[in-house]
Design a protein around this ligand. Structure first.
Ligand code: OGA
Ligand code: MN
Length: 285
C-alpha cells in the first residue's frame, strides 16, 4: 500500500522529515504507518504543522497515556517580559539544564516513552534542539566496552543534575519542582532494550550518576567519556526551528538537548510527554 505521507531520512543514523500528513486529522490507518516509521527512525520532524495546543495534546495521546499534557518550555514570563540568562532564577536554571544531553523523566519512577514537541516562538538564530541516537552509540562501542556496560547501572536524579548548575530545590521556589521531589532515586541499567523494537541502546545523560560498584569520581569520568563518544556524528542531528514545526521523539533510545540562544529573545516551545510503560520503563529499584 502506498503510504499517505513522504519520509525523507535525515543524514544521520536516525531521524526523518515527514511531509504530506496533517497530524491534527490523521486517520487510524495512517497513524499505524506513522507509528512504525517512528519506531524505525526514532525522531520524526513535521515542518509546518501549526498545531493548536489542544491538537498537539490529542495527537500525543494517540501514542499512549500522557505523563504531562502540556509543558511550556519558555523564557517568557506570565507578564510577557523575558527571563534573561543573568536573572539566573530557577526557571533559567532548568532551561540551562536542558542544554545538557538527557532523556526525559529518567529521574522519575517511570521514564518517559517519548514527546511531541512544537515550536511556537523561536529566536532569530540558535536555540536548536539536538538529538543523539543511543542505539547507534551502543552498536558503535568496542566489544570490551559493550560487555562492561551491559552489567552496569546508574542512579538518575534531577537534584543531582541541577545541582551542577547551582540549582538547589527550595520550598516556594518559582519552578514548580517537577522531578525535584524527595524519595528514592531510580536506578536504571546503562543498556536499555527497546520494548517495541528489541534494539539495545545506551541509557545515559546528565541525570545519570553514581554507578554502583564504582568510586563516584570514576563513575563521573566513565559516564562523561561514554556520553562524549555517544553524542557524536553521525549519531546526532540538530534541528533549526521554524514556528509551526512539530517533532515526535522516542525517549527510550535517544538523548536530546536544547542549544543556547540569546535569552534577550523569546523562545516558546510546547512539550507533551508520553508516559513510559510500567513493564519496560520502570526503574530497577
Ligand atoms: C524538553 C527539552 C529541549 C529544547 O522539553 O524536555 O529538553 O530544545 N527541551 O527546549
Ligand atoms: Mn528534555
Amino acid at each position: 500500500m502506498a503510504s499517505a505521507f513522504q519520509v525523507q531520512p535525515i543524514d544521520a543514523t536516525f531521524g526523518a522529515v515527514v511531509t504530506g500528513a496533517r497530524l491534527a486529522t490523521i486517520d487510524d490507518a495512517t497513524l499505524l504507518d506513522l507509528h512504525a516509521t517512528w519506531l524505525e527512525y526514532a525522531l520524526l520532524v513535521f515542518p509546518g504543522q501549526n498545531l493548536r495546543r489542544e491538537e498537539q495534546i490529542a495527537f500525543a495521546k494517540r501514542f499512549g497515556p500522557l505523563e504531562i499534557e502540556m509543558a511550556v518550555i519558555s523564557n517568557v514570563k506570565a507578564d510577557g517580559s523575558l527571563r534573561v540568562e543573568a536573572d539566573s532564577d530557577d526557571v533559567v536554571k532548568i532551561l540551562k539544564g536542558n542544554m545538557g544531553w538527557h532523556a526525559d523523566s529518567t529521574y522519575m519512577p517511570l521514564q518517559a516513552k517519548g514527546a511531541v514537541f512544537s515550536a511556537e516562538v523561536v529566536p532569530r538564530s540558535e536555540g536548536q534542539t539536538g538529538w543523539a541516537d543511543m542505539r547507534a552509540a551502543y552498536d558503535a562501542l568496542d566489544a570490551a566496552t559493550k560487555g562492561s556496560v551491559g552489567t552496569l547501572s546508574a542512579y538518575h536524579s534531577l537534584h543531582y543534575s541541577q545541582s551542577k548548575l547551582g540549582h538547589v530545590a527550595k520550598k516556594g521556589s518559582e519552578y514548580h519542582g517537577y522531578g525535584l521531589h524527595d524519595g528514592p532515586v531510580p536506578l536504571r541499567p546503562l543498556v536499555k532494550t527497546h520494548p517495541e523494537t528489541g534494539r539495545k541502546s545506551l541509557l545515559i545523560g546528565r541525570h545519570a550518576h553514581a554507578i554502583p560498584g564504582m568510586e563516584f569520581d570514576d563513575s563521573e569520568r566513565f559516564l562523561e567519556e561514554l556520553t562524549t563518544f555517544a553524542c557524536q556524528a553521525p549519531r546526532t542531528y540538530h534541528h533549526q526551528w521554524t514556528p509551526g514545526d512539530t517533532v515526535i521523539w522516542d525517549n527510550r533510545c535517544l538523548l536530546h538537548r536544547a542549544m543556547p540562544w540569546d535569552m534577550a529573545e523569546a523562545r516558546v516551545m510546547v512539550h507533551s510527554r508520553i508516559a513510559g510503560d510500567p513493564v519496560s520503563e520502570a526503574a530497577l529499584a
